[in-house]
Design a protein around this ligand. Structure first.
Ligand SMILES: [Zn+2]
Length: 446
């Protein structure tokens, strides 16, 4: 076996016993040298993680098994959470993930919780690891002065899911995914992948559909970035009235999917609330309501994919503004509209689609580009939200949204040195930069 340090290690258990001959030694040295040379050149194969989502069609017995998995995974998560809380309250100590995992076999032996032994043990361990990540996220957010959510107990009314960190195989011929303890489940494998399966998460939607999210480590190489050029760069300004305004002057209307369905949703919600609890009719009403919500989500995702695909296909560099969406959501009168328009999901899509196709994605500082800033350098500080257009002293007439998109593009191109996807430090901003003092949270446009 070859060690990076250049030494040759022997496996005494192999039975071969012999020390290497000097000839073998020199051959190994050459090979070792080549590896070092290779590493010096910094030629790495970049592994990319990609997720593939497939619809599953489990049989009835498999559905029962899955329900069992969902239930056990949820139970273990809640058990772990209450344990950690208890230990913290009693001793002020934090219980590690492994300390909890070690207790799983003990639980399985106990009579009350012996049913935990009926499901695939790795899914239970995975659940505790997810709990650990939730804790870490919380403390990380806290250390950054943000208010992250403390891990919550899971309810059977939440999304049902369980994660298989290993043991899943795919059969392209039979169109199945095979899971430990559950067996081969029929699936629609509409898209093939090559690479190593990292984890597979099975989830069940409120409309009783099953999906598998397969995380794959592909060996695809990430394409090299194309150079940034003015002619192939676009700036995007997002808003509420128009979903997106492009620096080309094009405006993409906000489809307002939720708003259009709101009346129907309210009616279905009302119907659901009127049905007797635990009854069959209530379940029917619940499903109808869930279906409508699902429809809104599907419409929205479809729209976001179409727009982001087009933008990434038609441009080499995409400049966007870093939005403080959490901050805007605090405005209760606008929260629903902001949630409906889904800017962050859109920007995430543009970002990863750019990465996959070697395009540049530039996120610029939150308060920098402005609908108040004319290219001539003058600023219109008296601009109010209701002013859709304004005329600068230099004679130029501006549509505020198009101007903002053009300014986003200009700032994105100006700061070529900034890393893709990173917010600009304030000192690198142009002369026109707003000072910290008059920083205003971006008001969504209605
Ligand atoms: Zn001007």
């Amino acid at each position: 076996m070859l060690q990076p340090g250049g030494s040759v290690r022997f496996d005494p258990s192999s039975g071969q016993g012999d020390a290497p001959t000097s000839e073998a030694h020199s051959v190994l040295k050459v090979v070792d040298g080549k590896i070092r040379e290779f590493l010096k050149k910094k030629v790495y194969f970049c592994a990319m993680l990609r997720a593939f989502k497939y619809r599953l069609y489990p049989t009835e017995p498999q559905q029962i098994l899955l329900a069992q998995h969902f239930g056990c995974v949820r139970w273990v998560y809640n058990w772990g959470l209450s344990k950690r809380k208890e230990v913290f309250e009693q001793r002020g100590e934090s219980l590690s993930c492994n300390a909890l995992i070690i207790e799983l076999p003990i639980l399985k032996k106990s009579e009350e919780t012996a049913w935990l032994g009926e499901v695939y043990s790795q899914t239970l361990q995975s659940s505790l690891r997810n709990l650990d990540s939730a804790y870490k996220r919380f403390f990380k957010a806290k250390s950054h002065g943000k208010h992250g959510g403390f891990p919550r107990f899971k309810s059977k009314h939440d999304r049902q899911s369980c994660q298989f960190p290993q043991g899943v195989s795919v059969s392209w011929e039979a169109n199945t995914l095979e899971f430990p303890k559950i067996g081969a489940v029929n699936a629609v494998l509409h898209r093939a992948f090559e690479g190593k399966i990292k984890t597979v998460t099975i989830s069940k939607t409120p409309t009783n559909k099953y999906f598998a999210s397969v995380l794959v480590e592909t060996t695809e190489e990430i394409p090299a970035k194309v150079p940034r050029e003015e002619s192939s760069t676009i700036g995007i300004d997002v808003g509420l009235k128009d979903f997106a305004t492009l620096s080309t002057g094009e405006k993409i209307a906000n489809p307002k999917h939720l708003k259009k369905s709101l009346k129907r949703l309210k009616y279905l919600q009302y119907k659901h609330s009127k049905k007797a609890k635990g009854g069959k009719n209530r379940e029917k009403a619940r499903k109808r309501l869930a279906k409508r919500y699902e429809k809104v989500t599907n419409q929205r995702n479809d729209f976001l994919h179409k727009v982001s695909n087009r933008i990434v296909r038609e441009n080499q560099t995409v400049c966007v503004e870093n939005l403080n969406i959490a901050g805007m959501m605090k405005n209760h009168t606008l929260a629903q509209a902001i949630g409906d328009v889904s800017w962050s999901k859109f920007l995430t899509m543009v970002e990863y689609k750019c990465a996959w196709s070697g395009k540049n994605f530039v996120k610029i500082g939150r308060f920098e580009p402005s609908s108040k800033q004319c290219p001539c350098g003058k600023r219109n500080d008296g601009l109010t939200l209701s002013d859709r257009t304004w005329r600068c002293e230099c004679g130029l007439e501006h549509d505020r949204d198009i101007l903002a998109a053009c300014n986003i593009k200009a700032f994105g191109l100006k700061n070529l040195i900034t890393n893709v996807g990173q917010e600009l430090p304030e000192r690198t901003l142009g002369e026109s930069a707003t000072s910290r003092g008059d920083v205003e949270p971006r008001n969504p446009r209605l």
